[in-house]
Design a protein around this ligand. Structure first.
Ligand SMILES: [Zn+2]
Length: 288
């Protein structure tokens, strides 16, 4: 499976962003751009494309977050309301397929930054109000005298194959009626990724796994997940779903899935997700 945005030209400017004056200078540069993210994690858009504007007014570290540089041009992100508006917005699901890899990286990073600052103004240790540093990539607690970094919640997502190379797809109770995907779940405190995979698959399908292999990851800032993708072989094919979170699940051959998709019996995840990328790789015979 292809890595997430392997050709991205986004430079997170780790050296430059430690200098507030440099960041302020980039904000004032006429070539710089800023886009907005609203409280639903949707992004300012026009006719289905990313809507950006030139920064205006003085640089305010708490409001104007530096995503990074693309071929020398600075991209900032802000709460959509900070940029005026109201603006039309689009979801990452709709936007990332029409963006190139660099801009998909910029927009997903921007959503992750805004989502983090929205919930992290206070130090998680002492509760003091923290101060934005490094263009928004760090918050500083003056009381603890320590930096606070963006939080990421790891989640595992697993393509479970049986001995005949059939793929396990399951339907979650909360989804629209015919949607299916591969199984996924959050890593719990103190768990390794491998433990999380075995536990989640056992909980959701009662299957035991062998030959667990990492296939790739993808940021999923809703609000702050990192999806870690695996493929594994099931021991046997007897599935017992929990009936609470997972309503039903079954193994599909490639031909069975083609027919089920063509007839509308099932719908698959949207193309912007790692679930879609993993399923697509399996359908193409690239997952073994
Ligand atoms: Zn503190």
């Amino acid at each position: 499976m292809e890595p997430w945005v392997p050709s991205s030209l986004l430079d997170r400017a780790a050296e430059g962003r430690v200098d507030d004056a440099w960041v302020a200078g980039m904000w004032e540069h006429p070539g710089s751009r800023v886009f907005g993210v609203d409280e639903r994690s949707t992004v300012t858009s026009t006719d289905g494309e990313l809507r950006w504007q030139r920064p205006s007014g003085p640089y305010v570290p708490e409001l104007h977050l530096l995503v990074g540089l693309v071929e020398g041009r600075a991209w900032f992100v802000a709460e959509a309301g900070v940029l005026g508006g109201p603006w039309e917005t689009a979801s990452l699901r709709d936007l990332t397929p029409v963006l190139d890899e660099t801009m998909a990286d910029v927009v997903v990073t921007g959503v992750a930054l805004v989502n983090w600052h929205r919930v992290a103004p206070h130090c998680g240790q002492c509760g003091a109000l923290t101060e934005v540093r490094e263009g928004g990539h760090v918050r500083w607690c003056a009381h603890c005298e320590r930096p606070r970094f963006p939080r990421t919640d790891p989640a595992v997502i697993v393509a479970v194959l049986d001995d005949a190379d059939r793929l396990l797809l399951a339907h979650q109770r909360v989804w629209e009626s015919n949607r299916v995907s591969i199984l996924a779940g959050f890593v719990e405190a103190g768990e390794s990724l491998e433990q999380a995979v075995h536990r989640e698959i056992a909980e959701e399908s009662s299957l035991t796994l062998t030959s667990l292999t990492y296939v790739g990851s993808q940021p999923w800032p809703f609000p702050r997940s990192l999806m870690l993708g695996f493929v594994a072989r099931a021991v046997g094919t007897a599935i017992h779903v929990d009936g609470v979170e997972i309503e039903w699940g079954r193994f599909y051959t490639r031909a069975e899935l083609e027919d089920a998709v063509a007839s509308g019996e099932v719908t698959l995840p949207t193309s912007s997700s790692i679930a879609s990328r993993i399923i697509t790789a399996w359908r193409a015979g690239e997952l073994t």
